[in-house]
Design a protein around this ligand. Structure first.
Ligand SMILES: *[C@@H]1O[C@H](CO)[C@@H](O)[C@H](O)[C@H]1NC(C)=O
Ligand SMILES: *[C@@H]1O[C@H](CO)[C@@H](O)[C@H](O)[C@H]1NC(C)=O
Ligand SMILES: *[C@@H]1O[C@H](CO)[C@@H](O)[C@H](O)[C@H]1NC(C)=O
Ligand SMILES: *[C@@H]1O[C@H](CO)[C@@H](O)[C@H](O)[C@H]1NC(C)=O
Length: 274
């Protein structure tokens, strides 16, 4: 496992420590979700997680949001604050206020590109609020700029286009080589990504499906940076990029399916006034 030592050390002690941790990491690669840095640690980068809805719909139930219409594209899950070792920095402020009215011009983008297709149907608000409260407030950006940064960088990454020009298009029958997917992503200058997959059983065989793409971004939200840490790969050498279309989304939002025991009646989520 390669470890790029992009550590911008602040002192000799820190650089020695970084070297030590770097050597450790050669043997024990850092996983992004395992560790949470102590609050007050410096935010070195933003970590944008984009999810492919076709995989969500293939591996579980997916639901039409109660507001807006999702883009047929990678969707924003969150924008984490991290240190250079890939430790998540979160909840650094005791109080949180999230106000959608501060950024009315972003509401259409929130509905189309930052929606939550999990069931039960929801309007996305809880995810925006939680993301801002957990991570956004630890960043150096104000609320509006934090959300703009996520949208700007998602548009700049233009993942579907990067795939398409390399003949990687959604398909339930054709698999792709992880190497070719990485090559397509690297063709986008400056883009540094971590790819995540999920495994599904398809009859007797197992398939890995492209699930998420994480992108490393500078702390000011303006540019792609080389990810200074690795994550353990969850992808096989061959993987699928499943199709997604709006018809896959369940619109029967009065019901919440609970495993094999059947359906339970759920109250319709109240639409938040915005
Ligand atoms: C998405 O919505 C589901 C169901 O409403 C909820 O359980 C889940 O926590 C949400 N995900 C995020 C990332 O907010
Ligand atoms: C937003 O999230 C914070 C922290 O997770 C929570 O305390 C607060 O109740 C949420 N606000 C709303 C309006 O849901
Ligand atoms: C957010 O920060 C930017 C840049 O510093 C500034 O132009 C903008 O007015 C700020 N917005 C709010 C709502 O504070
Ligand atoms: C977002 O992109 C626009 C247009 O490219 C640019 O003017 C703006 O400075 C960017 N803002 C942020 C916060 O990234």
């Amino acid at each position: 496992m390669k470890q790029t030592m992009a550590a911008k050390s602040r002192s000799k002690t820190i650089s020695l420590l970084a070297l030590f941790i770097g050597i450790l990491c050669l043997y024990f690669p850092v996983t992004t979700t395992a560790v949470v840095a102590e609050s007050g640690a410096a935010v070195d980068l933003l970590y944008l997680t984009l999810v492919w809805p076709g995989t969500l719909c293939r591996t579980g139930k997916c639901c039409m949001p109660t507001k807006g219409k999702p883009a047929i594209d990678f969707l924003i899950e969150d924008l984490k604050t991290m240190d250079q070792y890939g430790q998540i920095i979160q909840n650094s402020k005791p109080k949180c206020s999230f106000s959608i009215n501060q950024m009315p011009s972003l509401i259409p983008d929130l509905y189309s590109n930052w929606c939550n297709l999990s069931c039960p149907c929801n309007n996305g608000f809880a995810n925006w609020n939680n993301t801002w409260c957990a991570y956004g407030q630890c960043s150096q950006l104000n609320q509006t700029d934090y959300f703009i940064a996520a949208f700007n960088m998602t548009a700049k990454a233009n993942l579907l286009n990067a795939f398409q020009v390399n003949n990687i298009v959604p398909s339930a029958s054709t698999s792709y080589k992880l190497r070719d997917i990485n090559t397509a992503l690297m063709a986008n200058p400056g883009l540094s990504t971590h790819i995540e997959c999920v495994t599904v059983t398809d009859g007797a065989s197992e398939r890995t499906l492209l699930s998420k793409i994480n992108i490393c971004i500078s702390a000011d939200g303006l540019s792609f940076i080389n990810c200074p840490f690795d994550i353990e790969s969850t992808c096989n050498r061959e993987l699928f990029f499943y199709p997604f279309n709006i018809n896959q989304l369940n619109t029967d939002c009065d019901y919440n399916y609970v495993g094999s025991s059947g359906f339970i009646k759920m109250a319709n989520e109240k639409h938040l006034a915005m």
